[in-house]
Design a protein around this ligand. Sequence first.
Ligand SMILES: *Cc1c(COP(=O)(O)O)cnc(C)c1O
Length: 403
Amino acid sequence: MTSTSRDRDDFFAAMGLRPIINAASHASRLGGTRLAQPVVDAMVAASQTFVPIAEMQARASDLISEFMGAEAGCVASGADACLTLAAAACMTGDSRAAMDQLPDTTGLKNEIVMHRAHRMSFDHALRLAGARLVEIGYLTSSSGAGAYRWQMEAAITERTAACFYVGMTLDSTLDFKAFVEIAHSRGVPVIVDAAPTQVPAENFRRWIDLGADLVACAGGKYIGGPAASGFLAGRRDLVRAAALQQQDAFVHPEVYAEPFGAGEGQAEPPHQGIGRVLKVGREELAGLMAALKLCAARDYAAEQAGRVALSERLARAIRERNFEAVKVKSDDPVNAITVVFDTPQRAARVVRELQEGSPRVFVLNARIGQGEIVVLPHCVLPEEVEPLERRLLEAIALAAGEA
Ligand SMILES: *Cc1c(COP(=O)(O)O)cnc(C)c1O
C-alpha cells in the first residue's frame, strides 16, 4: 500500500521533525531524491532476507554493465565514495600489499592529473585514498583556452596513477576526447565524476563510449535510487581492484571467492580495505538495482513536460504580482526558475522565510550572493505545488516590501 503524504508527515512529527517541500532538487543535505514505489518495495523485500553481499554486488555489476555499456560495476555509498574507490583502484591495481597500506602511498604511483578548473570540494574523495592532485590549466586566459594539450602531457609522469575529469566541459578545460587520448597514449586510466550527469542512460553511457576507464555515478540523483548509493562502472580489472578494497574480506582463504570470478588475480583475500568505510547494505543495493531497472521504463518526455509546466506556473504567478525589485528568469535547461532580487540581503531574507515558515520550503541557496534564489522542480509532488506557490509569493512579498 502506498503511504499518503499525511502518513509521511505523521512519521516525521513523531520524531519531532518538520518535513520540508524540497524545491532544491537532489541534494544530500535534504535527503537525496524521492524513491519510486518499486524502489521502496525492493528495499523492504531485501531487508527481510539474507544473501551474500558479494553475490548481490555481482548481480548489480551485471545491471550496471548493461546500463552503462561497461565491462563491470560495483555499488558504494555515493558517487563520492566511488571516487575514493576509483583513486584507490588506480593506485593499487591488483596488489593486496598496496591495498593494505593505503592511504599511505609510499612507493606507489599516487598522482592524479586534473584541470584546475575542475577542482571542487567533492575531490576530497580522491585525496582521501592518499592521492595527490596535480593541477593543469588556468581558470581564465586572454587567448580563450585555459588548458593546452602540452600542459597535460607535461603533467603526466611515471608517478601518475590516473587522470580525473569532472563530467562538465568548460572553456577552461580540454574537451573529453582530447583528455582521454592524451592519458591513454601514456597508458594512464581516466576517472570521470559523472554525478552531475542526467538520465537517460545514453548520457551516462557516453562517458564509457568516449573511453573513460572508471565512471563514478550518483544513485540518489537523477537515477532515483537511495541517497546513500552510487556506482562505479568501467574496466573489469579496475572495478575488481575497487571491489576488493570495499567488500567485507572476513573470509577464510579456503572458501574465498574473488569478486568477478575465481582464477583471476590472486587467490588469497585482502584484508579490510580503504573502501570498507564506504559499504552498502542489501537495502541500498536492492534499491539502486530497482532504480536502474526502472530507468528503462521511465517516460522522460512526460517527466520533462511536468517540470516545464511547474516552472512555467510558478514563473507566471510571480510575474503577475509585479513585485518591485524582483525579476524572474525561467530559461534554464534543468527547468530552474531563478528569482532575481536587487540585493543579496533580500534573497537571503526570502530563503530564511521559506525555510522557517509553514510548510517549510527549501530552494537552492547557492546564488544568494548574486541576489538570486533558484527553484528546482525535480522533487516536488503534485500536491505540493499549491503550497509551494503560496509560500513563494508570501516570502517574496515580505522581502520585496522591506527597504
Ligand atoms: C552530487 C555530486 C557528487 C557527490 O555525489 P554523492 O552520490 O552524493 O556522493 C560528486 N560530484 C559532483 C560534481 C556532484 O554533483
